[in-house]
Design a protein around this ligand. Structure first.
Ligand code: BEZ
Length: 212
């Protein structure tokens, strides 16, 4: 059964470029972006892992830890890391899980046999501090992911958790947000959204981004 949004993700222990990782212990109280790539020493993957290293300050700001994975072994990851650092001008500042026995790939359903029966697809799992799955994304091997979009989703998820707002289509940081439909009591709305709100329809209420 594939993992679905809202599920508690399974724990695992697996080797990585920074030593053995027990996922729950390693994640601690942080959010996690767990993402798989098809293969080491391939071009699109090289740019992706470099980009995640470059974005580390942005992930840190949001209390997010990055964790990469492929079915290559740890020696391969170490060799490839040098290439990533050389070609992308970064230091690899997060672990890459080595999953040659497919323990994690199978647990998280990252191998899609009709796409490729031996390699992981480009999966992304965003997991909150309660180990609850909050986003899944699957991209084909030929398309590099947009990690700015993933930061945008993390911002949206954290706004929802902290301020009871959702984010509309194409929202970007600083834009107005949507008051979640669950909140109906006008007194509660006034108290929760002191910057005010505009009722476009009873179900569509816009408010300035609360944390700005
Ligand atoms: C790449 O990273 O460029 C790639 C990996 C596997 C298949 C196709 C492209």
């Amino acid at each position: 059964m594939p993992l679905r949004l809202g599920d508690i993700v399974p724990n695992f222990t697996q080797t990585s470029t920074t030593g053995e990782i027990n996922f729950y212990e390693w994640a601690g109280e942080s959010w996690v972006i767990l993402f798989s790539h098809p293969k080491d020493f391939t071009p699109v993957c090289t740019t992706e892992l470099g980009e995640v290293a470059r974005l580390k300050p942005e992930f840190d700001k949001r209390n997010v830890k990055a964790l990469a994975l492929s079915v290559d072994d740890v020696e391969s990851h170490f060799g490839w890391t040098k290439d990533i650092e050389e070609t992308q001008g970064v230091t690899l500042n997060y672990p890459i899980l080595a999953d040659p026995d497919r323990r994690v790939s199978d647990l998280y359903d990252m191998i899609h046999p009709n796409a490729n029966d031996t390699l992981t697809v480009r999966s992304v799992f965003i997991i909150d501090p309660n180990k609850k799955l909050r986003l899944t994304l699957t991209y084909p091997a030929s398309t590099g992911r947009n990690f700015d979009e993933l930061l945008r989703v993390i911002d949206s998820l954290q706004l929802t958790d902290n301020y009871s707002v959702a984010t509309p289509a194409n929202w970007k940081d600083g834009d107005d947000c949507v008051i979640v439909p669950l909140i109906k009591d006008p007194k509660e709305i006034k108290q929760k959204f002191p910057k005010g709100y505009k009722e476009v329809k009873p179900y569509l209420r816009m408010t300035p981004q609360p944390n700005k």
